[in-house]
Design a protein around this ligand. Sequence first.
Ligand code: NAD
Ligand code: ZN
Length: 322
Amino acid sequence: MYKNFKLVDKIVFGRGSFAQLDSILENLRSSYILYVVDDVFKNSELESKINLINNDKLLWISSIDEPTTKYVDELTEIVKNYSKENPSAVIGIGGGTTMDLAKAISLMLTNEGSSADYQGWDLIKNPAVYHIAIPTLSGTGSEVSRTTVLTGPIKKLGLNSDYTVFNQIILDPDLIANVPNDQWFYTGMDCYVHNVEALTGTYINEFARSFGEKSLDLCRDVFLGDFPKPIKDEKLMMASFMGGMSIAYSQVGVCHALSYGISYVLKTHHGFSNCIVFNQLDEYYNEYVNEFRLMMKMNNIDLPKNITKDCTDEQFQKMIDV
Ligand code: NAD
Ligand code: ZN
């Protein structure tokens, strides 16, 4: 059976396109708008560009920890207490963590119970509130994927469903201009690893290859090429989009399988955990691992070593289980 792949409904791409948000919302407004925004933007220029009209609500979220089902349930409760009516739209502004939280809240506003009940495939019963993503960090591909990765009481597993996919995304490369270099690299490498795993994996097909090869080329331009930073930001944003399209029609591989366990036990972020693991995978991804090391060197990344040296046997067992 071939996948019947649900796409994002509407896409805007371009420098400064964030300014189009208000006109996009005009046709959607019947209730209030819920903005789910990474709290790294408190008192920033970006915050001043968010126009709260009438009873629109801005919900600051923390991305210190990656999203948990508990946090999603708490945030959903706050929104339900704010108004009896659901918002007309939920807008996630941030990196993968914020986009995943926005997806999850929009789903949980229309589906009863705890988000942990829906970890798995196609368990969501009702369509979500209209949801929009505005990435401020590129690489995860969350802007196009049909999942929101949540750490639950037992497992790290997504709410995978067609309803999870964003209705609208706004890709404005200006928004990723000021990401600190390390974070920019680690999240960008999530995209690089998605491509390597898709292209070398047994699920590869011409659909996934078309997007994956282009995304890989863009990653090489960004992390090995000699382009001005603004051009690199544009390329990385499209690399993330295409990497997400590729992986949606293929599968991740060895690196993701191992990195999930490390993130779960050590609470390290996804992109960083991928880098830690990928650096050890010469046996599986040989020339790509060498290329990855060159990318680290050219981007002045000093990857920490021995992060699992104090882990107990129990912790290793937990990583294996996850
Ligand atoms: P993130 O969203 O966790 O953010 C990392 C850090 O960067 C945070 O401290 C954040 O505040 C900061 N940040 C974000 N934008 C910034 C900006 N413009 N300027 C300065 N700082 C900024 O990082 P991420 O790597 O984008 O996302 C990781 C999450 O994405 C994980 O939870 C992972 O599970 C998830 N993920 C989801 C999918 C999916 O398909 N849904 C795929 C891969 C990863
Ligand atoms: Zn990933």
